[in-house]
Design a binder for this molecule. Structure first.
Ligand SMILES: [Zn+2]
Ligand SMILES: [Zn+2]
Length: 320
């Protein structure tokens, strides 16, 4: 199961958001300066929104792997104390902070043994403020121990609040953008498929028969360019038996719709039948050397049932 809290912490760590700031306040007439140091908040405890003011004390033992000497409340009874603790390989961060908490400290500043970037200390248990700083910062902070009369404040990074809103906003915008992009791509693909389905492929175009126009053919005018056919014009005959110039109808079918421009009959469904029919017709033409026979046969095909029916009708004159 995904631990969303830890996921959020990892995300925040990636963008360096869970940092707070340590402000130092040296006493008046001191050689020390007011400074501020970036740190990294622990995975446990939290820095209050208004920050927490207190005095810094060096932990004893320095690595806080064992019970600490109590916070020096005898010296400053109403003061919050923070323990300055060195990172240790002998115990966990949470153990170090728990020891500080048990000793009466209100916060723990753990400084690294190296000058690597601060990390987020993981663990469970402590409730007091805990932050992690570089080794150099830890060494600097030793000049601001409570014995010098200095105080320190640990407060949230002011830039952080803006970033905390910006990051979720950026995530929301990113997610919305992703869905919009996916929706647009899906819509385009559907549109493209619809267009592709409505057009005739070049392979299927080749299945529609063509012929060279000869005088006496049943076709006379191309309905697209409204020009009469002349001898040897290359024409394409659609399954509905409408013919057009190839140069006129081919772009219509492959770029527009696979419908006959005149009768709107789809050309693809009857393609095989037409193909066979024209092959047969062409064969007959080849045998007879004339297209007139084709015209006659087709005309006969169309008229035969009607003629046959009319022949079967009783003679109207005889009836009368
Ligand atoms: Zn034409
Ligand atoms: Zn047609």
């Amino acid at each position: 199961m995904i631990n969303w809290y830890h996921l959020l912490v990892i995300c925040l760590q990636m963008v360096n958001l869970v940092s707070s700031i340590i402000y130092t306040y040296p006493p008046a007439r001191s050689n020390l300066s007011k400074l501020m140091y970036h740190d990294m908040e622990a995975d446990f405890g939290s820095v209050p929104t208004e920050g927490i003011l207190g005095a810094l004390d060096l932990s004893t033992p320095y690595n806080a792997c064992y019970h600490l000497y109590p916070a020096p409340k005898k010296d400053l009874p109403n003061t919050n104390f923070f323990a300055l603790i060195q990172e240790s390989s002998g115990c966990s961060y949470s153990e170090q902070v728990i020891h500080a908490q048990e000793a009466g400290y209100k916060g723990a500043i753990i400084y690294s043994r190296t000058n690597n970037d601060p990390i987020i200390m993981g663990g469970d248990g402590p409730i007091i403020v805990a932050v992690y700083v570089k080794k150099s910062v830890g060494e600097d902070l030793k000049h601001y121990l409570y014995k010098t009369g200095s105080t320190i404040k640990i407060a949230p990074n002011p830039q952080m609040s803006l970033q905390i809103y910006l990051v979720p906003f950026a995530i929301v915008v990113g997610v919305c953008f992703f869905f919009m992009l996916a929706f647009s791509v899906g819509r385009y693909v559907r549109y493209w498929l619809r267009i592709r389905r409505s057009r005739l492929s070049p392979a299927n175009l080749k299945k529609i028969p063509t012929k060279k126009f000869k005088k006496g053919d049943e076709f006379d005018v191309c309905a697209i360019c409204i020009e009469e056919y002349v001898q040897n014009d290359k024409i394409r005959i659609l399954p509905c038996n409408h013919a057009y110039h190839c140069k006129c109808v081919d772009p219509w079918l492959t770029s527009g719709k696979k419908l006959c421009p005149v009768c709107k009959q789809t050309v693809e469904s009857d393609l095989k039948q037409t193909s066979k029919k024209v092959i047969i017709n062409n064969s007959i033409n080849d045998v007879n050397g004339s297209s007139a026979l084709t015209e006659e046969e087709e005309s006969e095909d169309e008229n035969t049932p009607l003629l046959a029916a009319s022949q079967n009708l009783p003679n109207s004159g005889a009836m009368a």
